[in-house]
Write a protein that binds this ligand. Structure first.
Ligand code: PGA
Length: 253
């Protein structure tokens, strides 16, 4: 946690579920909101389920986000979805640069930066993901890799109210493994320095999320670490009960 920053607990549903399942998961999150006094909630369904999820949480304080957007505003780009379309569909956020996009679609920092800029231009808050591979950590390069990803991926205009950073070590995603508490705290301290150098004062209040095998049993410990301002949750966000337990573990910032 960082004093003065309200934690954000974000669920990345990835490529899972049906429209009916998305509506029922979103309803489950909405129904348990009373348990979560100290954190903001965000759910990120697949594109085709955005409407169903948005309808299910309507008028309740659960934000909706997408998992990617185009860097381009409109036009002949078959299969792509613009940031403005996401805003129109009820999104307030969009994840960009997730390691699965970087790996599966060859998205380098410049692409991630352009997508984050497009999101900001459309009035969305981009959640920009960074994180090292296991080989990079073993080689002692984790902090330098993440620093370079931040410098390459954060666009002009990114800042506390208009941007979230998520640190997700690639080797911790979906594996049940997490870095040590000391390693998470060290990386988040380094990220705080980096975003403050890049963004000035806004960097001090920009949310820095941790992601990678966050679950109810480790959430309280991870969310209490300095400069950890929330979590990006994959697998455990697919069960409303687990997602709510993680959110309930967030210390009020
Ligand atoms: P996980 O995924 O919680 O299943 O490890 C996190 C993510 O990829 O955002």
């Amino acid at each position: 946690m960082t004093p003065g920053i309200r934690p954000l607990i974000a669920g990345n549903w990835k490529m899972n579920g049906t429209a009916r399942g998305a509506a029922s998961l979103a309803e489950g999150v909405r129904a348990g909101l009373d348990r979560v006094a100290g954190a903001d909630l965000l759910i990120c369904p697949p594109f085709v389920h955005l409407h169903a999820a948005a309808a299910a949480v309507a008028w309740k304080p659960v934000a909706i986000g997408a998992q990617d957007c185009s860097a381009l505003p409109d036009g002949a780009h078959t299969g792509d979805v613009s940031a403005a379309m996401l805003a129109d569909a009820g999104c307030g956020y969009v994840i960009v640069g997730h390691s699965e996009r970087r790996a599966d679609h060859g998205e380098a920092d410049a692409v991630v930066r352009a997508k984050a800029a497009a999101a900001i231009a459309a009035g969305l808050i981009p959640v920009v993901c960074v994180g090292e591979t296991e080989a990079q950590r073993d080689a002692g390069e984790a902090e330098s890799v993440v620093g370079s990803q931040l410098r390459g991926s954060l666009p002009e205009g990114f800042g506390a109210a208009r941007g979230v950073v998520a640190y997700e070590p690639v080797w911790a995603i979906g594996t049940g493994r997490t870095p040590t508490e000391a390693d998470i705290a060290a990386m988040h301290a380094r990220m705080r320095e980096e975003v403050t150098a890049l963004l000035g004062e806004a960097g001090r209040t920009t949310r820095l999320l941790y992601g990678g095998s966050v679950k109810p049993s480790n959430a309280a410990t991870i969310l209490a670490l300095p400069n950890v301002d929330g979590a990006l949750v994959g697998g455990a966000s697919l069960k409303a009960e687990d997602f709510l337990s993680i959110a309930a573990a967030a210390p009020a910032g």
